[in-house]
Design a protein around this ligand. Structure first.
Ligand code: JDQ
Length: 222
């Protein structure tokens, strides 16, 4: 998959995109990531990307021209253009799955108080990663890239891909333990140590349900 990112802060992506599974996905060619500075599509001396809002009010808004021109250059008929904003559709595992089926994404990060509304005419998905206000769309773009990349064929080992369950089953994960069986007086539940696989399966299902009921009842209603 090719992912183009349009941002005022391309340097924010160094680090998160250069470690662990994302690094390996890039090195193996399964993820091709290209970062673009929005100011490359400005032509005035001050490389202006923002303007005061029509009708007045606080803050600044991203101008349409640099973003339209960047989209003209970076996107084609097969590109899914994705805008990160607090007004978007909540980002879920199902959204990550939908996006992972496409060959080319263009992520629009944005800054200031958001985008000129006309930019939305070029956008296929408007996504929010949660109900809190960040300073710009770079972190949300990295969240989307991370969640989508691990779904690409060959990116996770067979072992890890079977751990895909939790969210697709609409429950949270069950509690997990590793050795030692007792640590600082904290014991691993007996049932997990007995090797009774039917009992273990039942315990895990009950724990996952109880946890979901207590922490995320909204998931059970779906
Ligand atoms: C931008 C801002 C006041 C936006 C500018 C571009 N889930 C999520 N939270 N925050 C964002 C996404 C986000 C995404 C892009 C952004 C925030 N801002 C700051 C400030 C009103 C709107």
């Amino acid at each position: 998959m090719k992912v183009d990112v349009l941002t005022l802060f391309p340097a924010m992506f160094a680090g998160p995109m250069d470690e662990s599974i994302l690094r390996r996905a890039r090195e193996s060619g399964r993820l091709e990531l290209a970062l673009h500075d929005l100011r490359d599509w400005t032509y005035d001396r001050h490389r202006t990307v923002d303007g005061a809002p029509y009708g007045g009010g606080p803050g600044m808004v991203l101008k349409p021209e640099p973003i339209f021109e960047a989209i003209d250059e970076l996107a084609n008929d097969t590109t899914q253009v994705v805008m990160l904003t607090p007004q978007g559709e909540p980002f879920r595992q199902a959204t990550a799955s939908t996006l992972s089926a496409h060959e080319h994404l263009l992520l629009l990060c944005g800054s200031y108080e958001g985008f000129d509304e006309r930019i939305r005419t070029r956008v296929h998905h408007e996504i929010s990663i949660g109900d809190y206000v960040l300073t710009n769309g770079a972190l949300p773009a990295m969240v989307v890239i991370d969640a989508v990349t691990r779904l690409l064929p060959g990116v996770l080992g067979d072992d890890a891909s079977s751990v895909e369950e939790s969210f697709s089953e609409n429950t949270l994960d069950y509690p997990q333990y590793t050795r030692p069986a007792e640590y600082r007086g904290l014991e691993v539940p007996e049932v997990l140590q007995n090797g009774n696989h039917a009992a273990i399966e039942q315990w895990r299902r009950e724990q996952a349900e109880q946890r979901t009921r207590e922490r995320r009842p909204d998931l059970l209603k779906e």
